[in-house]
Design a protein around this ligand. Sequence first.
Ligand code: UDX
Length: 443
Amino acid sequence: MREAERIAVIGAGYVGLVSGACFAEMGHRVICVDQAEEKIARLQQGEMPIYEPDLQELVTSNVLANRLSFTSQIGEAVRGSDIIIIAVGTPTLDNGDVDMSQVNSVLASIAANAITSKIVVMKSTVPVGSGSLAEQYLRLLAASHIEIQVVSNPEFLREGSAIWDTFHPDRIVIGAKHPDAGARIAALHASLRAEVLMTDRESAELIKYASNAFLATKISFINEMANVCEKVDANVSLVAKGMGLDRRIGPHFLNAGIGYGGSCFPKDTKAQLKLAQNIDYDFKILRSVIEVNHLQRERFVTKIEQEVGRVSGKKIAVLGLAFKPNTDDLRDAPALDIIAGLQQLGAVVHAYDPAAVEHASSLLPDLQLFTDPYAALDEADAVVITTEWEAIRCLNWRLIRSLVKEPLIVDGRNMFEPDDMRELGFTYVSIGRKTAVQAEMVV
Ligand code: UDX
């Protein structure tokens, strides 16, 4: 194996911070850079800016071992490293295009500060062709005696299991124009023993978008099947199980519910659709996937309305704010749209989340937030489940039955067996499974 590499990771968000800490753990010397001085100051004091299992311990031990450090000075980091990993945000602009301003500003800093040869690794999710443009730009602007090569190395980590995912990847994708640069980036991951797929740069850039778009498609597909199930009195959980046993389909990402959210799927599906439009291609499936995901949230509000009757003035306890469990991330969380829909109908919403209440208080100042679930549920006219947290599954539902005003649960994540909740005395309504009335008829 090569010697430990000197790596700068630019952008200390989810991807940058996790990748930086993991590369340090693999024995490399890593400096993480972020222009947000306050974030860097907190990191230097051992405080994590995000909630991610095991991150605190990983950062602390690698800082103590002198393999990991933090700075807000990008120039110093560029000069002191041979490999520069770009992990800044690529949000969506109002017109649907990808906002490359953060990536471009990093490229300008690299060009201005590189005095020795560098390999620049693009980990940010960028439109196809960006790696090639970046390399041309850097070669034009950087000092003529140095060699700068750009390698695409998309990441596939999931929030909430980001560290586990980084150490146990299904695959490592490396898109390089120059085999030596690709091989050196592959060697960075040598201790992981994962399948390494070497590709051209453009294909690597597309693999990231294609993977997220395909997973989003699975989710929207099963959500539409759930809507069909409701009309024909079938059970989507069984349909998904039956489909998933076919190895060509696989069991994952077939959980019906209120659709996908988060920082990646909504952004990347929209970006891929816009990129296709820009090259004059109408990506019909992707357009539908996005539309179905949006409609699924609206359908859920209508479902609550149907069950509650007149929603105006009713107290509705919403359990779960984060876009999925084990994170405090509220970006494009389905719960936010659902709460807004209920509030528009005049509902008094009480919301509980095991981790995201602090974030929510700055984002939704008018919402009544609770860190105690039982306080949120007290005298509620309906209980609405929007995130499948284990902490919600483990609540004392017998006690809740005695706390609420009306024993109605509308579960957007199919967390419970309908019979179990009915035995406890609830009217239990979920997604793509028998409605309460139909179930009573069967009993
Ligand atoms: C995702 C990809 O999985 C990851 O590879 C990529 O790098 C970033 O985007 P993440 O956003 O962390 O990761 O969440 P993920 O666990 O994939 O879930 C995304 C959303 O889909 C969540 O809102 C989740 O609730 C929803 N989902 C997932 C479903 O509704 N049904 C499913 O069956 C699976």
